[in-house]
Design a binder for this molecule. Structure first.
Ligand SMILES: [Fe+2]
Ligand SMILES: [Fe+2]
Length: 148
């Protein structure tokens, strides 16, 4: 059975988004390291590794479906701004990826591509987790005392 074009489209865009996240988070980590903010740099390093694991999973899925991985639409990398601004950029990126996987799950369901729906749903859950972590970090930076 050949894969549905809708699914191949989502896999291709997922690959581009995940590679964009890897590139952004590695750049952010190196930038923060150069400023001596090592703990934050380490967090972005870890984040980049998790996104790289998503890249690997998507490539595996594409190969299993007989499609060649071809990420060509990478987002521009942000290499300026304060730590707070960089964390906010991470929040926005995680939110975009989360919204993207939510659409992938809905569309896979609509065309009854059940295995693909499960595949995207697993990524959706993990990205929701990333989003909550990034949002929490952002709140800690902008409201350190925890008061409202
Ligand atoms: Fe990811
Ligand atoms: Fe993520």
């Amino acid at each position: 059975m050949s894969p549905h074009p809708t699914i191949l489209g989502y896999l291709g865009r997922a690959l581009s988004l995940e590679f964009s996240a890897v590139q952004q988070f590695l750049a952010t980590a190196r930038l923060l390291e150069s400023r001596g903010i090592d703990a934050a740099a380490q967090r972005f390093q870890t984040e980049a590794r998790e996104e790289m694991e998503h890249v690997e999973r998507i490539i595996g899925r594409m190969l299993a479906l007989g499609a060649a991985p071809n990420a060509s639409q990478l987002r521009p990398v942000r290499v300026d701004g304060s730590l707070t601004e960089l964390v906010l950029s991470a929040v926005e990126l995680e939110r975009d990826i989360t919204d993207f996987y939510a659409r992938a799950v809905a569309d896979a369901l609509a065309i009854q591509a059940h295995e693909d729906r499960l595949f995207f749903d697993q990524l959706l859950q993990e990205e929701r987790h990333h989003l909550v972590e990034a949002e929490t970090w952002y709140r800690e930076l902008t409201n350190p005392g925890g008061q409202r």
